[in-house]
Design a protein around this ligand. Sequence first.
Ligand SMILES: C[S@@+](CC[C@H](N)C(=O)[O-])C[C@H]1O[C@@H](n2cnc3c(N)ncnc32)[C@H](O)[C@@H]1O
Length: 266
Amino acid sequence: MAAEKKHFIRLINDDCRTYLRQIPDQSIDLILTDPPYNIAQYSTGNIPLPGRSAVNNDLGSWDLNDINPQDFVADFKRVLKPDGNIFIFTSYNLLGKWHAAFDPEFDTFQYFIWHKTNPMPKIYKNGFLNSCEMIVCLWNKGHKWNFSTQREMHNFFECPICMGQERWKAPKHPAQKPLKLLRHLITIASNENDVILDPFMGVGSTGVAALQLQRSFIGCEIEPDFYVATQQRIHQALAQQDSQQAYQKMDQQQFSAAGPGTFSNL
Ligand SMILES: C[S@@+](CC[C@H](N)C(=O)[O-])C[C@H]1O[C@@H](n2cnc3c(N)ncnc32)[C@H](O)[C@@H]1O
């Protein structure tokens, strides 16, 4: 007999500052999230690239609303299980604020580097390429960790930015993260059937990676277009896994009472 599926997926279209308050205490194994970097403010307009479309730091209106890490520390701490982990993508301009807000509240604050093997080129050789992104890592004593080799313990991972089939087209999300990187982080910091939360899910990359690794997922996104794109991506990922019938509908309000094998909002 096939093993019972215990994981569920819940997608929310809301401001996560509101939604986080509804998540029960100590119910999340891993918070893996990619909040806005607030870099649109540094945009100097279109930057032409040889043979490619121009790029611009102005990612969209969603990047303009100031992210204040202090607004999230109480809820992230409250919802995380005592053996849970937190990974937060961030940028040079916000790293200090994440540290100031979160370091006093957790046993360990480290950073992890994602090196992009195919960063945007620069025409003028007058500065570094933007080939690295930082991920803040937090945990308390007794956290779960699944390292099997010393190599996996490097706080560094290399892979390309997502391209081709993986890049969602309608709508495109300028900050879509690659599944390979997300699967690496999820694998080392959680177990099968654990619950993963992404309060800033964009087009749902963390959710797809969680699904592929048999984890449960709760994701929140404020922009309706990205929320709908996530629903479509999750459906597609489920169809690819041929496991859709293993899930049942779950009412949005029923999370705290959710039993095994539930699949919400799709
Ligand atoms: C950097 S993007 C995440 C991209 C995501 N990692 C992916 O691969 O698609 C950040 C997302 O957070 C959303 N966002 C911004 N403020 C939010 C809020 N208060 N609540 C929920 N989502 C928010 C933005 O609309 C944006 O899609």
